[in-house]
Design a protein around this ligand. Structure first.
Ligand SMILES: [Zn+2]
Ligand SMILES: [Zn+2]
Length: 568
């Protein structure tokens, strides 16, 4: 239905601008788009006219009619119409494949289909945006105008979706990042490179501290490794072979070639190989908040969600065959507990199994896949099986969660690797005195701190829970006379590890409350002469409003209880 709506949109554009050249118009996860080469520059002001024309075409209820043609016939037709992009798309269709057209009323498109029976079946639709997009996604090609829309079976479903988009716009982490002074990405430094401002950095350090503490509790050790390594290392790992387009240009140091790391794995392996390993010391759980750099096309970069430099909450597990099942289950349990601590409850999993082309012993694949599936079952996580969808080097589980407005985000990955242990010839001495190959698992719980922070900002719309809030309490003296008293209370709270600020600007109390509210600070303490005299504070909550006066100790106890966070 959405793809059919894309045809109807293209038909409407052609009626309004007959010189339009058409590329393609696929459906997407929650809508559709069509790429046009058009002299008229489309803006949102054109949407009502296009939508009105679409409504006419839908009311005409024209049937979608499929017609199969020879390559020559289509070639002639598209040439006659001057549709150059269609000619290029036609050339993409492999020799011998059926070529079909779809007609609907006065509009015809080169199309595989399928379609709904007639345009009248498109119920509720809306154009959502327009943006530039290079032909075939290549910066060297012509810039097209990509017109986006969405369609649903009912107006109610469309309304709910549009409301979600509206809500998503209000939560956009790029805008909140600027308004709350959390982070920036600066043209003078380079796209996709994140600067964490003091408040964002404060949140990051809270996340990191929590993450480290829980990892030590869960039996992990921490590693720190270099950011660059010799070419030979990346040749052994295979990255220069299959990952080089994501790696930055090398640098020469003392006539030796070095690369910036796109992954931490080879370094962790070097530590493993720094001495002989016995089965007695396995399993090894080694974690690192490891900063990596990967090339991404400029066109796909997006705020914190898609960047060129980021810190993975990486870990590698090396274990024996007997330990695989326990280790995998621990990983899954840990991932879910971690996400719950940050306020994400709704979790689904995808299990990707052995593809056609794969390296490694099939028996090892079998065991790994069984253990991944057993872990999901044991933890009661609903999952989908992606048969044959695994990487060539091992099966994996991807865990996804939904945020406050129902969007799904990929978060944790538990990925077996049957490639690197072979390439680096990793061994341990077994109880039989022989050398054995360890099992290796890569795993990330939060993914990257940058992207996780972006998700967190949007999930909470910038109103972080108390334990994450960069400023937890704003003290507001009613007049200048209370400033000294406010500073005294602030010092007491800081002593107890609360993050506080005193708003001593010469502003009206109302304005200060409004600003603290805008900055999404969880608590405001209004301090007048009476409060200071009685040793009480007048508490205002970001969510609940005025909570009335209470003794300072009572407020401290309340916050102390609220800031506790634990894995469960
Ligand atoms: Zn089509
Ligand atoms: Zn790894």
């Amino acid at each position: 239905m959405r793809h059919s709506a894309a045809h109807v949109m293209a038909a409407a554009v052609r009626r309004l601008w007959p010189d339009a050249l058409f590329d393609i118009g696929p459906d997407t996860e929650d809508g559709f788009y069509y790429d046009f080469d058009l002299k008229h520059r489309l803006t949102a002001e054109d949407f009502p006219a296009i939508e009105a024309e679409m409504a006419k075409i839908i009311a005409e209820n024209a049937p979608f009619v499929r017609e199969e043609k020879t390559r020559e016939e289509v070639l002639e037709m598209m040439k006659a119409r001057g549709q150059t992009y269609k000619l290029e798309r036609l050339a993409d269709i492999p020799e011998g494949e059926t070529i079909s057209l779809y007609h609907s009323g006065d509009f015809t498109d080169l199309c595989r289909g399928p379609h709904v029976a007639s345009t009248g079946e498109i119920r509720a639709f809306k154009l959502t945006s327009v943006a530039g997009a290079y032909f075939r996604g290549d910066e060297k090609n012509q810039m097209m105008q990509r017109l986006y829309g969405t369609a649903f079976r009912s107006q109610a479903e469309l309304d709910a979706h549009l409301k979600m988009l509206e809500e998503a716009k209000l939560r956009d982490h790029r805008a909140l990042g600027r308004d709350l002074d959390l982070f920036s990405i600066q043209e003078s430094v380079g796209p996709g490179l994140v600067h964490w401002h003091p408040k964002g950095a404060r949140i990051r350090s809270i996340i990191e501290e929590f993450w480290r503490k829980e990892h030590y509790r869960a039996g992990y050790e921490m590693l720190y490794t270099p950011h660059i390594g010799r070419a030979g290392l990346w040749e052994t790992s295979g990255h220069l072979g299959f990952y080089s387009e994501n790696m930055y240009a090398p640098m020469d140091v003392d006539e030796q070639r070095y690369y910036i790391k796109p992954m931490n794995c080879p370094f962790h392996i070097q530590i493993y190989k720094s001495r002989k390993r016995s089965y007695r010391e396995l399993s090894l759980r080694w974690a690192e908040l490891g900063t990596v750099y990967r090339y991404e096309r400029a066109g796909v970069l997006h705020g914190l969600m898609r960047v060129r430099g980021f810190t993975q909450d990486d870990a590698h597990i090396y274990c024996t065959e007997e330990q695989v099942e326990t280790e995998v289950r621990e990983c899954v349990r840990f991932a879910i507990a971690m996400w719950r601590a940050f306020g994400f409850e709704d979790i689904v999993a995808y299990l990707a199994t052995r593809p056609e082309k794969a390296v490694g012993d099939p028996a090892r694949w079998e065991l790994a896949q069984r253990s991944l599936e057993a872990a999901l079952k044991a933890e009661g996580i609903p999952y989908e099986l992606d048969e044959g969808g695994g990487a060539f080097y091992g099966p994996k589980i991807d865990l996804k969660t939904r945020d406050a407005i129902g969007r799904a985000w990929q978060m944790s990955t538990v990925q077996f690797d049957f490639n690197l242990p072979d390439r680096f010839d990793m061994v341990y001495t077994g109880p039989d005195g022989q050398e054995h190959r360890p099992y290796m698992v890569h795993r990330a719980l939060l993914g990257s701190l940058e992207r996780f922070f972006g998700i967190l900002i949007e999930h909470y719309a910038g109103a972080f829970p108390l334990w994450l809030a960069p400023v937890q309490v704003c003290l507001i003296p009613v007049t200048d006379k209370q400033i000294a008293g406010a500073r005294e209370i602030a010092a007491q709270l800081k002593e107890k590890d609360f993050r506080v600020m005193v708003d001593d600007r010469p502003e009206k109390m109302g304005a200060k409350i409004r600003d603290a509210q805008m900055q999404k600070i969880p608590y405001m303490l209004i301090l007048g002469g009476r409060e200071l005299e009685n040793g009480t504070v007048s508490v205002r909550s970001r969510v609940a409003g005025d909570l009335g006066a209470m003794a300072l100790e009572a407020f401290v106890a309340k916050m102390d209880a609220e800031r506790q966070v634990a894995l469960r």
